[in-house]
Design a protein around this ligand. Structure first.
Ligand SMILES: N[C@@H](CCC(=O)N[C@@H](CS)C(=O)NCC(=O)O)C(=O)O
Length: 205
């Protein structure tokens, strides 16, 4: 049985969503952020040296990093390739891998800088232009990739949509989606999935 170490308010909600979509048996251990610092509690450091979430345990393996957790869950549980192209389709698989890693690898950093700037309320000489330029670049890139299609790989939902939905939802929270109707629709459609709703019931309550 998978044990998910889940920190309230953050990306591990999207790991709960995956577990729900995949139909995997799992348990959740919930942690709460420090109300003043918004950091994870020390208990999470007792689980993993970084003290961050998500972390999963499965028999004798412990894994951090949301993208790596997705790859692990796919490898072990998505035996019918419902959520990713098979490796034998090398080009489709490579493109899938690119979109799987893109949210955490490229999109999250400018969103985090934007979030920190909002907290400080003062513009910064280098960080403000960086955050404006890079968020526009990446949100535009995601909107272009979606085009008229429902999901990041096209017509079918895939595991690349988990991390993408996370960064788009964060952009929404930061008030960055006003000029991106495509991203708003993408978010609404994914958050309306029954598995997402179940994840919210289990992880947010
Ligand atoms: N790159 C990691 C990031 C993990 C991470 O920073 N998680 C945040 C929650 S969204 C966290 O645990 N923050 C609490 C802290 O830094 O104390 C991943 O993709 O899993």
């Amino acid at each position: 049985m998978i044990l998910l170490h889940h920190l309230r308010i953050g990306r591990s909600l999207f790991t709960v969503w995956q577990l729900e979509e995949f139909g995997i048996d799992y348990e959740i251990k919930v942690y709460h952020r420090d109300p003043k610092t918004f950091l994870a509690p020390a208990e999470l450091k007792a689980v993993h040296p970084l003290g961050k979430s998500p972390v999963i345990e499965d028999s004798d393996i412990m894994l951090s990093e949301s993208g790596a957790i997705t790859s692990y869950l796919l490898e072990k549980f998505d035996v019918e390739n419902k959520f990713s192209p098979p490796r034998s389709q090398s080009q489709e698989w490579a493109k899938f891998t690119q979109w799987l890693h893109y949210p955490e690898g490229s999109v999250f950093c400018p969103l985090l800088v934007t979030m920190l700037l909002l907290r400080s309320k003062e513009p910064h000489v280098t960080l403000t232009p960086y955050s404006e330029r890079e968020t526009k670049l990446h949100l535009g890139h995601i909107a272009d990739q979606l085009g008229d299609r429902e999901y990041i790989l096209g017509e079918a939902f895939s595991a690349a949509d988990f991390g993408m939905t996370y960064v788009v939802s964060l952009a929404k929270r930061l008030g960055l989606l006003d000029s991106y109707p495509t991203l708003n629709s993408y978010l609404e459609q994914n958050q309306a999935r029954p598995a997402f709703k179940r994840a919210v019931e289990k992880a947010v309550e």
